[in-house]
Design a protein around this ligand. Sequence first.
Ligand SMILES: NCC(=O)CCC(=O)O
Ligand SMILES: [Mg+2]
Length: 331
Amino acid sequence: MTQASYPALRLRRTRASAWSRAMHAENRLTPSDLIWPLFVTEGQGVEEPIKSLPGVSRWSVDLMVQRAREAQAAGIPCLALFPNTQPERRSDDGAEALNPDNLMCTAIRAIKDAVPGIGILTDVALDPYTAHGQDGLLDEAGYVVNDATIDVLIGQSLNQAAAGADIIAPSDMMDGRVGAIREALEEEGHANVQIMAYAAKYASAFYGPFRDAVGSGGLLKGNKKSYQMDPANSQEALREVALDIAEGADSVMVKPGLPYLDIIARVKDRFEVPVFAYQVSGEYAMLEAAAAVGAGDRDALVLETLLAFKRAGCSGVLTYHALHAARLLGA
Ligand SMILES: NCC(=O)CCC(=O)O
Ligand SMILES: [Mg+2]
């Protein structure tokens, strides 16, 4: 097909009015694209602001239920929960992850009870529960051991599913954990519990505020490069995604978000599965810092970055801006 050329073809023609721009928009962001990560803490009526994440707080379970109601009213389909486990409940083996009355399970039950129509995604990894802040069990040399960690992750997943989790989201990056968790969920009667695999999770410098939020930042020695991916790699991300799909993941995640849009686009191009992005804490903090010094309009920055994920091929985005963005979109 030969294209007309200027002046018959003027691409500015369809951009000339708001109605026409709306009609020609190729991608759209809606509240149903947003998953809201929330941090749960112990106590009653407790709100703890997180310094490195301005505008984000940890909430006790009773207040978390109110957040769930607000999310539902704004059209957000799903919450992602993370616990701030008290230091005295942390241990080298992360056993608190298996406690049916831990903070996560208590929050899941309370939200499911009060707001049954909202989805709950739960993080599976041991870093919020270990005394050393790593995502798995360590050997004497301090290496995160793969297979023994998976045994604990299976228990953690079943614990969360029994409490009412709808989507199990393993973020640990152990090899083979998706298949092992899927098999255990089937055996224990949780056939409809989904798995969203953190399939391509990079060893990123953008996770700092999250570690403050779950209380593992000060504990973590070293780094997570022996299990999370090298930011230099993209071919390897496709292999990670292929494996997680083969093992039974219902959807896959790329994390962080904005610096890895190329990975999202490649994954979506290659595989016929829903792809989600995690716009992580450091990205949130970066946007807030820019807005705070007047380097950009906050609302516009938020909506533009979230729309970029849709353009790259995402079904949805985990973002700390979820409630704000959903309200902007609904307004
Ligand atoms: N497993 C969840 C995360 O590591 C979140 C990271 C972030 O928001 O920085
Ligand atoms: Mg993997």
